[in-house]
Design a protein around this ligand. Structure first.
Ligand SMILES: CC(C)(COP(=O)(O)OP(=O)(O)OC[C@H]1O[C@@H](n2cnc3c(N)ncnc32)[C@H](O)[C@@H]1OP(=O)(O)O)[C@@H](O)C(=O)NCCC(=O)NCCS
Length: 408
C-alpha cells in the first residue's frame, strides 16, 4: 500500500479575513507571542497601534479564536536622492500553527493589498521572518544587511585615518531629542530611511527588560552628527552589541567607531550594518572585522510603478521600455522609463518591452542595493542588449548605501 500525506479536514480556505476590532487585540497578542516566541509589552503595542490606519488590520477567526492576522502601518520612506514616499509597512503577519498552509496568508495579503491600493500607497514594504515567503507577493529584498563581529583587541587604526573626536558619553533617556534630531537628518538622505514617530522613540527609550536580549540597559554615545546605542553582554569576557548606529557624516561615523573600539575591557563588538560602513577601510588590517552574516532586510513592493520610479533620482541617463509582470495582482504592464539629468519620466506604454522582469526584481533594484546585471545573469531580468543592462546598472545605483530605518 502506498503511503500518502494525511488529508486535513479543512484543507481548502473557507475562512475569510475581516477588519480587526478592539476586542480582537488580546487574542492577536497571543497569536503574535505564539508565532514569534516573544511577548510584546502592552505599552509597546499601543505605540505600534497608533500607526495603523483605519481598516489597516485584518484577522481570520475560527470558532471564536484569532488564527490569522496581518496589518499595515502608515509609514514614510526615503528613496535615492532624498525624495520621500508614503509606504504601507506590512507587519504582525501570523497564521496559527494549527491553520498553516491552507492559504490564510495569501487570503489576508490579497485583501490587505486591495485596501492598500484603495488608500493609494505607491509602495509597500516589510521585513521578512523567512526569505522564501514574499517574492511570490511581488516583494524584493531592497537593502543588504551585514552582521559583523569585530575583534576589538586586534583593531588598529591606520596612522592616516581621521580622528575627528566630538563624542560624549550620555544617559540615553535624557537625550531622546538629540537622537531624534540626528536620526531625522540621517534618514532624510538614506534610501530606506523611515520617519520614526515620537511613540516609537518613547518605546525604544523605555528600554524594557524584555527587550534587552540578556544584555545590560542601554548605553549611549552622542556626537554632533550622530549617535550610537549599545548594550554590554557576557559575564567575564564582556562584549558590546550595537543596537543602533546613526551617522550623518563620515566624521561622525569614524568618531563613533573609534570610541567603540577604545573600550578596553570589551572583547568584541557585534553590529548589524551595511556594505558601505567605513570601518574596514580605516584599519591597518581589516581581518578583525569578520562578516558573520549577510542577507536581506527591507523588502519592497512597487504598487504604483510610475509614481515610485519618478520619486527617486538616478545615476545615469536612460531610456527603456520595461515589461513588468505581477503574478500576485494579476497585472502585466509595460512602462517607458526616461531618465535625464538624474530625474525620471515614467508612464504606461504600448511600445514593445526591451527588458522583461517581475515586479519583485524591480523592488530589489529600487533602492540601489542590487544590480540589474546580477538579475540578468540569473535570467530574472531578460534583455538581449547588454548595453541596456549596463545603463540600468549605472542609472539605478545609489550614491548612499540603502539601509533599513528601523525594524517593524
Ligand atoms: C509564514 C506564515 C504566515 C505562512 O502562513 P500560511 O497561511 O501557512 O501561508 P499560505 O498557506 O497562505 O501560503 C501562501 C504561499 O506562501 C507559501 N509559504 C507559506 N509559508 C512559507 C514559508 N515559510 N516559506 C516559503 N513559502 C511559504 C505557500 O507555499 C504558499 O505558496 P503558493 O500560494 O504560491 O502556493 C505562517 O507559517 C506563520 O505564521 N509563521 C510564523 C510567523 C511568521 O513567520 N510570520 C511572517 C512574519 S514576516
Amino acid at each position: 500500500m502506498a503511503l500518502s500525506e494525511p488529508v486535513h479536514a479543512e484543507s481548502a480556505v473557507t475562512l475569510t479575513p475581516r477588519s480587526a476590532t478592539d476586542d480582537d487585540w488580546s487574542k492577536m497578542l497571543r497569536l503574535d507571542a505564539t508565532s514569534f516566541g516573544h511577548v510584546v509589552d502592552p505599552a509597546s503595542l499601543a505605540a505600534w497601534r497608533s500607526m495603523i490606519p483605519a481598516g489597516g488590520a485584518l484577522v481570520v477567526e475560527d470558532g471564536g479564536d484569532v488564527v490569522g492576522q496581518a496589518l499595515y502601518l502608515d509609514m514614510e520612506m526615503t528613496v535615492p536622492g532624498g525624495g520621500r514616499l508614503p509606504v504601507a509597512g506590512i507587519s504582525w503577519v501570523a497564521v496559527a500553527p494549527t491553520h498553516r498552509r491552507r492559504g490564510l496568508l495569501r487570503a489576508m495579503l490579497t485583501e490587505l493589498h486591495d485596501r492598500i491600493a484603495v488608500a493609494g500607497y505607491p509602495v509597500a514594504a516589510l521585513t521578512a521572518s523567512e526569505g522564501g515567503i514574499y517574492g511570490r507577493f511581488g516583494y524584493g529584498p531592497a537593502t543588504v544587511q551585514q552582521g559583523w563581529s569585530v575583534d576589538r583587541r586586534r583593531v588598529q587604526f591606520r596612522p592616516d585615518a581621521p580622528d575627528p573626536g566630538g563624542v560624549r558619553i550620555v544617559a540615553p533617556a535624557e537625550h531622546l531629542e538629540d537622537f531624534a534630531e540626528r536620526y531625522d537628518r540621517w534618514r532624510a538622505n538614506t534610501p530606506g530611511g523611515l520617519a520614526r514617530p515620537r511613540a516609537l522613540w518613547d518605546d525604544l527609550m523605555a528600554d524594557r527588560d524584555g527587550e534587552r536580549g540578556g544584555g545590560s540597559p542601554l548605553f549611549a554615545f552622542l556626537h554632533p552628527d550622530g549617535y550610537l546605542l549599545y548594550r554590554a553582554h557576557g559575564e567575564h569576557a564582556k562584549y558590546v552589541r550595537v543596537v543602533e548606529k546613526v551617522a550623518v557624516t563620515a566624521d561622525a561615523d569614524i568618531a563613533l567607531w573609534r570610541t567603540l573600539c577604545g573600550m578596553d575591557l570589551m572583547e568584541r563588538i557585534e553590529i548589524e550594518t551595511h556594505p558601505g560602513d567605513p570601518l574596514p577601510y580605516l584599519l591597518t588590517d581589516a581581518r578583525p572585522v569578520r562578516t558573520t552574516a549577510s542577507g536581506d532586510e527591507l523588502w519592497v513592493r512597487l504598487n504604483d510603478i510610475p509614481t515610485a520610479l519618478q520619486a527617486r533620482s538616478y545615476g545615469a541617463d536612460l531610456e527603456v521600455v520595461l515589461g513588468v509582470t505581477d503574478a500576485f495582482r494579476g497585472d502585466v504592464d509595460r512602462f517607458v522609463l526616461r531618465v535625464e539629468g538624474g530625474r525620471a519620466y515614467c508612464a504606461r506604454t504600448d511600445a514593445a518591452a526591451e527588458v522583461g522582469l517581475d515586479v519583485d526584481v524591480l523592488g530589489a533594484l529600487y533602492l540601489g542595493a542590487h544590480r540589474a546585471s546580477s538579475f540578468a545573469a540569473a535570467n530574472r531580468l531578460r534583455c538581449n542588449d547588454s548595453e541596456i543592462i549596463g545603463r540600468l546598472d549605472a542609472a539605478f545605483a545609489s550614491e548612499v548605501s540603502a539601509e533599513l530605518g528601523f525594524p517593524f
